[in-house]
Unconditional design. Sequence first.
Length: 144
Amino acid sequence: MVIGIEKEGVVYNGRMPELPEVETIRRGLSTLVVGKTVCGVHNYDSPKSFPNAPEEVWKFVVGSRFCAVKRRAKVLLVELSSGYTLVVHLKMTGQIIVISDHERWGAGHPNDSFVRELPDSTTRERIDFSDGTRLYFNDLRKFG
């Protein structure tokens, strides 16, 4: 039994983002966060999000600038000015939401977090930028 929607011989399961969706997310993030400087990282009880010690995360993320957002298959790669790269996979229920003073942008698994006040119960990470913009990584099932 196949669960999903078949279109031109390809079955879409309706859960995990497909390549075009991940590319759309990459393009959106490129216009919204590239060039911004990180001033804070907040973990919301999700040790899988940053498996490194908090001190190490602060050392290579805080103070660095987002230089580029690239994609390799369904994995987003965020290159930092510190020489490190953040690796992001949305898995089945992940989403990214960027909130600034004048815009709210979201992509990934659709749920109420797109319109709710954040952080909420699905928020795993928050990255604060020096201009006041915030990037939230939400994941209902903690897979991403």
